[in-house]
Write a protein that binds this ligand. Sequence first.
Ligand SMILES: [Zn+2]
Ligand SMILES: [Zn+2]
Length: 340
Amino acid sequence: MKAAYYQGKESIAVAECRPVAPGAGQVQIAVSHCGICGTDVHLYHGRMDHRVKMPQVIGHEMSGTIVSVGDSVAGYAPGDRVTVRPLDPCGECPACRNGHSHICMKLKFIGIDAPGALQALWTVPAHTLHRIPANLSLEQAALIEPIAVACHDVRMGELKAGEYAVVQGGGPIGTLVALVARAYGARVLVTEVNPFRVELARSLGLAVADPRSVDVVKLVEDQTGGAGADVVFEVSGSAAGAELMTKLPRVRGRMVMVAIFADQPKVDLFRFFWRELKLVGARVYEPEDFEAAIALAARGAIPIDSIITKRLPIEEITEGFHEIERGGAVMKILIECGGR
Ligand SMILES: [Zn+2]
Ligand SMILES: [Zn+2]
């Protein structure tokens, strides 16, 4: 039984897993699969060292089977297949008291601020659990967490069936936002520059434009009878994306800020006044977003198998990080954690 320990910038050691017996209100999970997320790459590059206690197991996009439950855990038993909503809010701050515990002011993100899922046996609070339906494999269920991100983004954008959405950025989250938007009946355009990701999105039946060679403002106007997009999702995190974002929405259109910008980008504020635009931020997810993601996945509305571009045993996890750093032909990489 192995675990992947982050031990400082660009260094991960795979060593024996040190299981923690579940205490009151906790369960222990045999982790099947865990995806590598953009946040994990950020962490791997040493940019979150102030939050991790090294050496620490990271990872949070997972699936697995409960092996044991602690005292006072109701509704879950060994053998249950589950995924984890990796948020541990304080329950007492103003945000928590106002019902926004997913953006708790002292939020602990499990996998960054507490040990994560890249290990054979993982102990977590039972309040984080969601059940995996029988018709999803454990491999597929490892994508429920990023699909829940996309469900939250689409919900925050108040996207309705028949509306026109632009998704700026066709990486794993952008592609999932586009697929969730389509599943809810929206017309979707993805903007992306990486040729592999452009082709992958096209193979999933999505309309894609490379903003370096296509006039996206004109394309969106042409496709909306001159009105503009109902909703724009900014997932690229690029200066060009921030600049383009406000040029695409219709009068009273909405924008959803999904990307995490390292530097403050230039944004055309004039457009907010001119078209009465709305901008909303979207961070992680709430329980209903996990349930929505599970429902979409279970009815086959998201082509999960096509998003997974590689599976690696936990011993080869560093190769997974290197592949994402190199870019190119990569979407979602899953790590086999060996917990059954
Ligand atoms: Zn993630
Ligand atoms: Zn709180």
